[in-house]
Design a protein around this ligand. Structure first.
Ligand code: NAD
Length: 481
């Protein structure tokens, strides 16, 4: 199924599409062939200011923060239904914008988190009478206020990791998608209008880092929830310190797939490869380091190299494609430079390592395996954000594997593999990452997700995901009330 090129005029502010402040436009480029798939106005600080004002007004004067949670839950369900009806269009737009393989685009719209919070609304203690030490108090989960939601381009679900929780908590929001991927959020805006979400509860202004910075700096914004690079997260955190702004960060990763010496390679290697090359490797949770006991190193390197070399690379709209293009020329050049850095550090390229033959349009890098990597090399420590797998040997048993996995400034994801799941579980308990899977690579929106160390602060998903959008208020009650 294909859809037409989309050219949009305006930004979704205060419940309607409002004219932009500038006549300049931003074209959206399909990374597989550089065709233009749409365009949007270039946003300025004035557009962002209008969105922030609308969200502030909707929070201070509008009904949403005071709407009973059960009624908010009904709206969340209606939004999910509305998005589900347009899933083909949403998936098509995702693939058109960022080259995500179409099979993944269909699964990555994040709609299920709307249903999760709606379905679990009664499990949250929104307002609870509690006995303290001096008397009775009412402990209330109140919305944190106006929440700015800043997201990168690599998956549409990243916005939906935030918006359902923010809405369920009663926040009003300003959404800032990346300039690379603005188009799908216009479908979301139409659905929000259709379900009758009050004006100003969700405002959407795609834009560059400067426009994002305006949102971060705005005193009227109570909370920023940011997903993106650790570098930008650091800047945002510093800038919010002045006003003690509330902040959640979902940042980068350099996660390890840890093979113990009895790992079942027939399942561990295909899953590790899929986890490394997921979304063309442009996934924060990618298993970009593979830690292998020296005794099994040659067989693992050979097998992974063969598997990666055989991966279907190509048109992301083809159902059979597993690896598509990277987002843009800058990212392609950055990835290729990392391959060179790896070579210069002594790594051996055993699969891929270059551009994709025959693809002279678009931005292509072959999925790549680097062998003979040491954990202190840059290719083992820095996030490359592409399908580049560093295979690292270790000596000295499980303790050495744990130490190596934890020797990273990141702590987002991971996997541990062993024929004995109890042994793998013991290793998993010692890994300093927010999520890790025993004998698999699983992501479950019903359970909390987030980073240790420089991979972030706070949690999304699960009921814990609501906490980032809530302020606790305690009202001490007099006797008799
Ligand atoms: P990026 O940090 O450059 O940009 C992310 C978003 O923030 C964009 O919308 C951008 O316009 C905006 N932005 C950038 N600098 C800003 C600033 N100073 N103030 C306000 N807004 C600013 O990241 P990217 O290259 O778009 O995305 C890739 C990164 O995102 C990778 O590091 C990846 O690991 C990370 N990521 C993390 C998760 C997670 O859940 N932990 C998920 C996906 C991606």
């Amino acid at each position: 199924m294909t859809f037409d090129r989309r050219d949009v005029d305006g930004f979704f502010i205060d419940g309607a599409l409002r004219p932009p402040s500038s006549t300049e436009r931003v074209e959206v480029v399909h990374p597989a062939n550089e065709e233009i798939v749409g365009s949007v106005p270039r946003s300025t600080a004035a557009d962002m200011a209008a969105a922030i004002n609308a969200a502030r007004r909707a929070f201070d004067e509008g009904p949403w923060p005071r709407t009973p949670p059960a009624e908010r839950a009904e709206i969340l369900t209606a939004i999910a239904d509305g998005l589900d009806k347009r899933i083909d269009e949403l998936a098509w737009l995702s693939t058109a914008q960022n080259g995500m393989p179409i099979t993944l685009s269909r699964q990555s719209q994040g709609i299920e988190l709307l249903r999760f919070y709606a379905d679990h609304v009664d499990e949250v203690a929104w307002e609870q009478r509690r006995q303290g030490l001096a008397g009775t108090g009412l402990v209330r989960r109140t919305p944190v206020g106006v929440a700015g939601l800043i997201v990168p381009w690599n998956a549409p679900s990243l916005l939906m990791n935030k918006l359902p929780a923010a809405l369920m908590a009663g926040c009003t929001t300003v959404v800032k998608p990346s300039p690379e991927t603005p188009l799908d959020t216009y479908v979301l805006a139409e659905v929000l209008q259709d379900v009758g979400l009050p004006p100003g509860v969700v405002n959407i202004v795609a834009g560059d880092a400067e426009v994002g910075q305006y949102l971060v700096d705005a005193p009227a914004v109570d909370k920023i929830s940011f997903t993106g690079s650790t570098q930008a997260g650091r800047t945002i955190m510093a800038r919010m310190a002045g006003r003690i702004g509330r902040l959640s960060l979902e940042l980068g990763g350099k996660s390890a797939s840890i093979l113990l010496d009895d790992a079942p390679l027939d399942v561990a290697l295909p899953a590790t490869m899929a986890g490394s090359c997921l979304n063309n490797g442009q996934a924060c949770i990618a298993l970009s380091r593979v830690l292998v006991p020296r005794s099994r190193y040659p067989e693992v390197v050979d097998a992974l190299a063969a598997m990666v070399a055989a991966l279907p690379v190509g048109d992301p709209f083809e159902e059979s494609t597993f690896v598509g293009p990277v987002i843009n020329a800058k990212q392609r050049d950055r990835v290729l430079s990392y391959v060179e850095i790896g070579r210069s550090e002594g790594a051996r390229v055993v699969a891929g390592g270059g551009t994709v033959p025959g693809r002279d349009k678009g931005f292509w890098v072959q999925p790549t395996v680097l062998a003979d990597v040491h954990n202190e090399m840059r290719v083992a420590q820095e996030e490359i954000f592409a399908a580049v797998i560093s295979v690292i040997p270790y000596d000295g048993g499980d303790d050495a594997a744990v130490a190596m996995a934890n020797d990273s400034s990141y702590g987002l994801s991971g996997a541990v593999w062993s024929a004995d799941p109890h042994r793998a579980l013991e290793v998993a308990r010692r890994i300093r990452t927010g999520t890790i899977t025993v004998n698999g690579f699983t992501y479950d929106i019903g359970l909390p997700f987030g980073g240790f160390k420089q991979s972030g602060i706070g949690r999304e998903w699960g009921l814990e995901g609501l906490e980032g959008y809530v302020e606790y208020q305690t009202i001490n009650l007099p006797a008799g009330l």
